[in-house]
Ligand binder design. Structure first.
Ligand SMILES: Cc1cc2nc3c(=O)[nH]c(=O)nc-3n(C[C@H](O)[C@H](O)[C@H](O)COP(=O)(O)OP(=O)(O)OC[C@H]3O[C@@H](n4cnc5c(N)ncnc54)[C@H](O)[C@@H]3O)c2cc1C
Length: 396
């Protein structure tokens, strides 16, 4: 039997940050995770905003090394013969608060976990939860690891199991769920013989698109987003994925000889918020508390914020304080999404494409780009109209 102060379930962003902060405050923390602490995450976007206490974890420089500002994307037709490339390079390469950055999630998560372990947290990887009981006297957790059972007693438990939301299901906590999108999406990872794709590629297919995102020199993530009407919804994710790939000769050729290294994973298209993310001895953080619409990219921010609040309110023993902070954050995040879009640099970039003081040059490029992707002649006046519309939309 191991006696600790806090058991943290999950070694993603939420779990590692909560564990790191609590360990630094002198709590004895055990992180229990079903994986080895290494993941197969795609790069994600983050509106860079290091929180005060997280910066104090002492990994600021290491965290910065996992972030990139430059982004490159190639949009192409199903056969790969027509394409348009877009690169956004920030000439002033310094990352500042509020910048939208690309996060190497594999390294980012590793840095946060290492930081928690340096602060004294103990890590139990590759563990399966067998039992978890929360009572007024404490929390009893039992895991199996390598065929052996390990028992823990603790004063608190933090659930950071991501969208699996272990504790919320286990305690049957009330949740609010909304469907986000009626399209079907799934993805998998492949080992390619050599790196055949040099950046993100979005491939247009009938009724949707495929994405190819290099994860490393040898690994490629490929996914599809398809209209529901094109898919047999009772079919397995493998079948749906295979069908989508067959719609693009270019991606079919790209994956010829590639080894699939993950099952085909269907992407969740619901948003799920737990209405009781805190109780006398527990806190839910990150996706386990609220799985949010990834389109607006708030997941990293929320995992960091909720982990910080969990650590703070455990110290203050205030479940209500946590609940309030989480609900306020969610409300504020809804409000700020559109504001962020309006204020983003993208508005300025769109304006460049359509500036009426640059007659024809940029609308012409836009028309040519559309013509290349669609593979049919688009009249210049349609391109100009699209450019003017983009200008109007981005000019407030
Ligand atoms: C398609 C997609 C795109 C996204 N894009 C973005 C983006 O661009 N920007 C952004 O900010 N967010 C994005 N997100 C959201 C972001 O990935 C999550 O919000 C973030 O990973 C949440 O971190 P977390 O620590 O809560 O959970 P996770 O990172 O999922 O970590 C959960 C941990 O718990 C462990 N675990 C699970 N179950 C158990 C169990 N029973 N016992 C023990 N351990 C367990 C897992 O192994 C893992 O270590 C995206 C999400 C999706 C699905």
């Amino acid at each position: 039997m191991r006696e600790v102060d806090v058991v943290v379930l999950g070694a993603g962003i939420g779990g590692s940050v909560a564990a790191g902060l609590m360990s630094r405050e002198g709590y004895r923390v055990a992180i229990i995770s079903q994986d080895a602490g290494t993941k197969n995450h795609l790069p994600e976007s983050w509106d860079y905003k290091p929180l005060h206490r997280i910066t104090n974890l002492g990994s600021g420089e290491k965290i910065l090394s996992t972030l990139k500002k430059q982004s490159h994307c190639c949009f192409c037709s199903a056969d790969g013969r027509r394409s348009v490339e877009m690169t956004v390079t920030d000439v002033q390469n310094k990352i500042e608060i509020g910048d939208l950055v690309q996060v190497d999630r594999n390294q980012f998560d590793r840095v946060l976990l290492e930081s928690a372990l340096e602060a004294g947290a103990k890590f139990f990887p590759m563990s399966t939860l067998e039992r978890c009981e929360i009572s007024s006297s404490g929390v009893a957790t039992c895991i199996s690891k390598g065929g052996e059972l390990h028992e823990f007693t603790s004063s608190f438990i933090i659930d950071a199991t991501g969208k699996r939301a272990f504790l919320s299901n286990h305690l049957k906590l009330p949740t609010r769920e909304e469907t986000l999108d009626t399209r079907v999406a799934c993805f998998s990872h492949f080992e390619t013989p050599a790196s055949k794709v040099d950046g993100i590629r979005i491939v247009a297919i009938e009724g949707g698109y495929l994405f190819c995102i290099p994860i490393s020199d040898q690994k490629l993530s490929v996914g599809c987003v398809l209209a529901e009407r094109l898919v047999d919804l009772s079919a397995s994710p493998e079948k749906i994925f295979g069908f989508a790939i067959s719609l693009s000769p270019y991606v079919t050729e790209l994956l010829a000889g590639a080894k699939r290294v993950l099952p085909v994973i269907p992407a969740k298209n619901t948003q799920k918020i737990c209405l009781e993310p805190a109780g006398p001895r527990y806190r839910l953080v990150g996706d386990a508390a609220a799985f949010l619409d990834p389109f607006f990219c708030p997941g990293i921010d929320f995992a960091l914020f909720s982990a910080e609040q969990a650590a703070l309110t455990i110290e203050e023993d205030s479940a209500l304080g946590y609940q309030r902070a989480i609900m306020d954050w969610l409300e504020e995040s809804k409000r700020s999404v559109y504001q962020k879009m309006e204020n983003s640099e993208w508005g300025a970039i769109m304006r460049l494409f359509a500036d009426p003081h640059l007659p024809f040059t940029l609308p012409l490029m836009l028309t040519q780009a559309f013509t290349q992707i669609v593979g049919a002649e688009i009249p210049l006046n349609v391109g100009i109209k699209a450019a003017r519309r983009a200008y109007d939309l981005s000019s407030y």
